[in-house]
Design a protein. Structure first.
Length: 79
């Protein structure tokens, strides 16, 4: 395996965010990342329906996410 020195590496590396790590599966976190949703505040601006339409999101992830948001006194946009 070759080392990558940031000054000479031409490959774009994706750095996974710790946002919601341990709360929802990686596929759901990746779906949020693609939409540039990286905080609960941003997430609360979306409806549950909008988030469920993202590839990688399922009912299990949604339930975990709703519970986590509730613990943090936030909820999905209902509009």
């Amino acid at each position: 395996m070759a080392k990558c020195l940031s000054s000479i590496c031409a490959v774009n590396h994706v750095v996974e965010s710790d946002f919601l790590k341990g709360i929802i599966p990686a596929s759901a976190r990746k779906a949020l990342g693609k939409e540039k949703i990286d905080s609960l505040e941003k997430l609360s601006g979306y409806s549950e329906t909008e988030i469920m339409q993202l590839h990688g999101f399922g009912k299990n992830s949604m339930e975990k996410l709703k519970n986590y948001m509730k613990e943090n006194n936030l909820s999905f946009n209902e509009n």
